[in-house]
Design a protein around this ligand. Structure first.
Ligand code: GYE
Length: 326
């Protein structure tokens, strides 16, 4: 018994003395890596007001945290993101974060990062990889919920009515997590009111130009559109132009629901041209930088971090607009 304790003590002492010379035996206490944290970030692109605010948040928070940020804009293309991730791996950055353009097709490059010992953080959008060990955490909004609250608001507007309500939907980028999830959440919520029907649904790629173009086509094909559900403000703003050009009054002749709540969207809501916005916060930078430090230091982090957000009616948008930062 005594011998066992003595042996354990000896091992403990040895470990303690080795820890004190953690720089490889030079006998000083200076950590061997005194450099800045290098973060490689691959952004989707610059398709929307949301994205611009998100990029600004990430760049400002990285600077405030004193990190070296290697920022790469994928211009909406998955192949560019894969190239950027490979380049971050080759440069041996400390941590990689990215906002995946689409959900599928990431396993190979994520495995390469893992094999290189570089932790990955998913920011804003998810991937559909079955192997959850390919990334440390996913920080971003609950897109399904955004679709659900949008649909629930609409169901309430038509409560007690049974006349058919014709809805057109402008989807986000095909294959992206927010497009898939918002579509699903909205469809599930309106299923409770069988008179609410989606009569047309197409991608406007999250851009104003896309929203305008697709809405023009919708208006040509359907005379009786009651509601537009746009997966983001920008497509809704583009659609406004098409609706006004067709001689209709947005917000009155056609009820408009969007997602994001960026300044231009909130202005349209306050002006009575939109009717409801489900908020999606782009200000992910500060929380992301905390997570970067933690995963770099090998600390455990929650696998899913959901952003806090709210919804806005026209009255609420009027009240919130003066303080809206983005
Ligand atoms: O809603 C849209 C942007 O991924 C949450 O992407 C983001 C979405 C956002 O282009 O405006």
């Amino acid at each position: 018994m005594y011998r066992k304790v003595a042996a354990a003590l000896a091992v403990g002492l040895l470990a303690a003395s080795m820890a004190a010379c953690g720089d490889g035996g030079k006998g000083t206490d200076t950590p061997k890596d005194d450099g800045k944290i290098t973060l490689g970030f691959s952004q989707v692109g610059a398709e929307s007001g949301w994205r611009t605010a998100n990029t600004k948040s990430i760049q400002e928070s990285a600077a405030a945290a004193g990190y070296e940020l290697k920022f790469s804009d994928a211009q909406g293309k998955q192949e560019n993101q894969i190239k950027a991730l490979r380049s971050f791996i080759a440069q041996k950055v400390d941590v990689i974060a990215f906002s995946p353009v689409v959900e599928s097709g990431w396993d190979t490059v994520l495995k390469e990062a893992k094999d290189a010992g570089i932790p990955v953080i998913l920011t804003d959008r998810a991937v559909d990889s079955a192997d959850k060990t390919l990334y440390k955490t996913f920080i971003g909004s609950d897109f399904v919920k955004e679709g659900v609250v949008s649909g629930e608001w609409l169901v309430k507007q038509y409560e007690g009515k049974t006349d058919p309500v014709n809805i057109v939907e402008l989807q986000g980028t095909t294959g992206s997590a927010p497009a898939n999830d918002r579509k699903k959440g909205f469809a599930d919520a309106i299923a409770k009111a069988p008179n609410l029907k989606i009569i047309a649904s197409q991608s406007g790629d999250f851009t104003r130009a896309g929203g305008k173009q697709v809405m023009e086509a919708f208006l040509k094909a359907h005379k009786d559109i009651d509601v537009l559900f746009a997966h983001n403000d920008d497509m809704g703003l583009g659609a406004l132009e098409a609706i006004e050009a067709a001689g209709k009054k947005p917000g009155t002749d056609i009820t408009i629901i969007t997602i994001d709540a960026v300044k231009d969207g909130m202005q349209a809501l306050a002006d009575g041209k939109f009717n409801f916005i489900a908020e999606c916060s782009p200000l992910l930078g500060p929380q992301l930088m905390d997570l970067v430090k933690k995963v770099k230091n090998g600390e455990a982090v929650e696998p899913r971090i959901v952003t806090n957000e709210t919804t806005f009616t026209q009255e609420q948008a009027k009240a919130a607009l003066p303080d809206r930062k983005y």
